[in-house]
Design a protein around this ligand. Structure first.
Ligand SMILES: [Zn+2]
Length: 325
């Protein structure tokens, strides 16, 4: 059966695509409303190759190793004086830095985001004689198609069985989207950056021991396992303890194993796995981009707070799990 909401979203992305490939058309830039999920999905579905940087928006396009700078440096983005500048303008005499208002408004968070973004953009070379290029990741032709965009919204149903409770369970869209990307191996962990010859950290930022991959971060890292031990204690669910886990070869398999944890309802387990994984991923990014570390017990406190927010926002299955005796 056709899901109209997702179909409508797939069609809206066509306009974002047209904005790129045919900017001269009169209808571009008119009233089509895009929400943040449209733009996130668009960034996830496309690859931008920089030429002279004139077409690419510095803050809101996913040109920096597949990331959007507004996601990497959200506080900086908020205070930047110009939010729609092109990469070309931004790099001219480092004007993106001059767009940041001077002290005393800057906090240490602003400064560390500034430093991290500055480091990541250091090796970018624009090609003055070439146009920026965009291609659609989901089609072999590299061109937008509505059907590929429609299908992409179903969180990897083809690869993960029993994903209906992922679709039907309550979680913020950004977390579902993250889990979808991670189970498709589309998250920029070091192993993927290295394959493309991009700057990467040699070892996992959480344990500083093993090479970083998505499977390691979410399932194997000893930091992650410490967090799950605390979660099992907090929720009084001994089957969640990592020594009870089945071995997994891939994130998709790990996700499926975790959803079938004995004696924990599936929807509740899916939502808890999303919540913990999301917080682990945020901790990983805090360490990489802000050089700030949270201990496993402190992360548990953050997870508890976040869990409450989710329950208040409508995560019934999570509420049931947390209130079980
Ligand atoms: Zn690790």
């Amino acid at each position: 059966m056709l899901n109209l909401e997702r179909f409508a979203r797939a069609l809206r992305l066509r306009w974002l695509w047209q904005e790129w490939v045919a900017p001269d058309k009169a209808w571009v830039g008119t009233e089509t409303p895009f929400d943040n999920i449209d733009r996130l999905l668009f960034a996830a579905c496309t690859t931008i190759t920089l030429g002279n940087g004139s077409k690419t928006k510095f803050w809101s396009d996913g040109w920096l190793q597949g990331c959007r700078p507004k996601d990497l440096a959200p506080n900086l983005y908020k205070i930047s004086k110009r939010k729609k500048i092109s990469v070309q303008t931004a790099f001219t005499a480092n004007s993106w830095i001059h767009d940041i208002p001077q002290q005393p408004g800057l906090t240490t968070t602003h400064l560390s985001e500034l430093a991290a973004l500055w480091i990541r953009t250091q090796n970018i070379q624009l090609q003055p004689n070439q146009q920026d290029q965009i291609s659609w990741k989901l089609t072999t032709s590299g061109q937008y198609s509505a059907s590929s965009t429609y299908k992409a919204q179903f969180f990897g149903c083809t690869k993960i069985k029993r994903s209906s409770y992922l679709r039907n369970s309550w979680a913020p869209p950004k977390c579902k989207f993250f889990i979808w990307r991670v189970t498709q191996n589309r998250v920029w962990t070091s192993d993927r950056l290295q394959k493309r010859g991009w700057t990467h950290s040699p070892s996992c930022p959480l344990c500083r021991f093993a090479p970083e991959s998505a499977l390691h971060l979410l399932a194997e890292c000893r930091y992650t396992r410490r967090v799950w031990k605390l979660i099992a204690e907090w929720t009084a669910q001994p089957t969640m303890r990592t020594q009870e886990w089945q071995p997994s070869d891939s994130v998709a398999q790990w996700w499926q194993n975790s959803a079938t944890t004995p004696s924990v309802p599936r929807k509740a387990m899916a939502i808890m796995t999303m919540l913990v994984s999301w917080e682990i991923w945020k901790e990983r990014n805090r360490r990489v981009f802000r050089h700030h570390e949270t201990s496993a017990p402190d992360l548990l406190s953050l997870i508890k707070q976040e869990a409450l927010d989710w329950v208040v926002a409508g995560a019934k299955d999570l509420a049931t799990l947390l209130s079980r005796e």
